[in-house]
Design a protein around this ligand. Structure first.
Ligand code: SAH
Ligand code: SF4
Ligand code: F3S
Length: 438
């Protein structure tokens, strides 16, 4: 039996594409290999959102050269967001001739055909589509977890934030039909899934048909019995509707947690990022969410050192972080992306200034994260047990409804179950708890 190994560099959407590819390769009769060394085919699923993702990809690809030289039948496939950029394709052709298969984000469904062609004709396959055609439904997926699943509800992005490559690598926004999504979720639930995470670059602009928006989809999914938890990401603040806030109140399966990327706290930087909201509008949105859903957890993404960011602009970001009191945040150093409008902006910020601000921001975020987590000590939380903790084989980990990571003693039989847990301790990134016997 041939073995495959997939390495994923990107976001949840990228991760889910890898699950789909694993499903297709399994259906071809291959089996997954846990290491690249034992694999007959290795696929690198790339991300182009920041420069270090690019670098990690080329580094890994370089390491595969040796294996290919010693084993000509070994197949190297590359796909994902980087493949939608012409300069990357040019580099691959010029410097990495040992790559066998190259395909993009719009045609991962072609993987079986591309693999067969390489095997039978022994020639290189470059198959990259410029933009998404019709959405291909019904592809298999080999999930990472039995009890939880990602579900794409839409593809692409129309927002063109000036720093971001995603609209160029994932194409324009396309929504799946509600009935296809609902059927997929029902099938997943029949297969033992209790939690689904709905994926889209901006789920708030989902359009399921005339007058049918993201909130409608949530209400419909909330009717599926046996589904215990619904999550989603990501939500663009400019499109977050009052109806969605109401859905948090009405839908018991919708987890009280939201990832709401702010990017910056400065009105001027937000304008130049093309985010289409300002500091006050964002803050009012968070206040409204917290007023309607008092226990909601709020997380975010922040970019430090966007071109032209002054010390005052940065302090506005710190002010936002203090005002919102995020449960946690992903913080990024601004990274120039070829082909985006901000690439051409003057006043790129020197690396040392970026780093210095980044460290101050991380300190500020960690302080509130630790404070927020400590407030859970003594409370009882519903925790979905995901599996054994990576660091300690005697400990298991799971997530609260608010997506807080909890470490606790449990057992294999409890994986995939939701249990009551008393929180006994906390730190910056996680909670510690004990199961309550009932
Ligand atoms: N669609 C999602 C996010 C996609 S990218 C959204 O709009 O929220 C994930 C995160 O990467 C972004 O939220 C942003 O914070 C960060 N990011 C995107 N482009 C970047 C760049 N050029 N430099 C640094 N961070 C970037
Ligand atoms: Fe990128 Fe902005 Fe689209 Fe998110 S909303 S994917 S940050 S362009
Ligand atoms: Fe995701 Fe990276 Fe592409 S963040 S959409 S894999 S550029």
């Amino acid at each position: 039996m041939k073995k495959y190994h997939i390495i994923t560099f990107g976001c949840q959407m990228n991760e889910h594409d890898s699950e789909t590819m694993a499903g297709m390769l399994s259906e071809m009769g291959m089996e997954e290999s846990l290491t690249r060394n034992e694999a007959d085919i290795v696929i690198l699923n790339t991300c182009s959102v920041r420069e270090n993702a690019d670098k990690r990809f080329f580094g890994t690809l370089g390491q595969l050269k040796h294996k290919k030289e010693n084993n000509p039948g070994f197949i190297v496939g590359v796909c994902g967001c980087m493949m939608q950029q012409q300069h990357i394709i040019d580099t691959l052709k010029a410097k990495y001739p040992w790559v066998d298969i190259v395909f993009g984000t719009h045609n991962i469904h072609m993987l079986p055909e591309l693999v067969k062609n390489v095997e039978t004709e022994n020639r290189k396959m470059f198959e990259i589509w410029e933009d998404g055609g019709d959405i291909v439904e019904g592809l298999p997926a080999k999930r990472l977890y039995r009890h939880k699943a990602f579900v794409n509800i839409m593809y692409g992005c129309n927002n063109f934030c000036t720093y971001c490559i995603v609209p160029y690598t994932r194409g324009r926004e396309r929504s799946r039909k509600p009935e296809d999504i609902i059927e997929e979720v029902k099938n997943l639930v029949a297969d033992g899934v209790v939690e689904v995470t709905l994926l889209g670059q901006n789920v708030n602009s989902y359009k399921g048909g005339e007058g049918y928006d993201f909130a409608d989809l949530i209400y419909d999914l909330n009717d599926i019995e046996q589904l215990r938890r619904i999550r989603f990401m990501t939500s663009h603040p400019k499109d977050l509707s009052d109806r969605l806030i109401q859905a948090f109140v009405d839908c018991d399966r919708l987890c009280n947690s939201i990832h709401l990327p702010v990017q910056s706290g400065s009105d001027e930087i937000l304008r130049r990022m093309n985010r289409r909201y300002d500091h006050d509008k964002y803050l009012n949105l968070v206040r409204k969410l917290k007023a309607s859903v008092p226990d909601i957890t709020v997380t975010t993404d922040i970019i430090v050192g966007f071109p032209g960011e002054t010390e005052e602009d940065f302090e506005e970001t710190l002010r936002m972080a203090r005002e919102v009191e995020y449960d946690s945040a992903f913080t990024f150093l601004y990274s120039i992306r070829k082909g985006t409008p901000a690439e051409k902006y003057e006043d790129q910020i020197p690396e040392e200034v970026k780093h210095e601000r980044f460290n101050r921001l991380v300190d500020c975020i960690n302080e509130t994260a630790a404070k927020k987590n400590s407030a859970y000590v003594g409370t009882v939380q519903k925790v979905l047990i995901d599996g054994r903790s990576k660091n300690d084989i005697f400990t298991y980990s799971g997530r609260t409804e608010g997506f807080k990571l909890v470490n606790l003693k449990a057992s294999d039989e409890l994986i995939g179950k939701i249990v009551d847990v008393k929180i006994t301790d906390s730190n910056t990134f996680s909670l510690v708890g004990e199961m309550i016997d009932d």
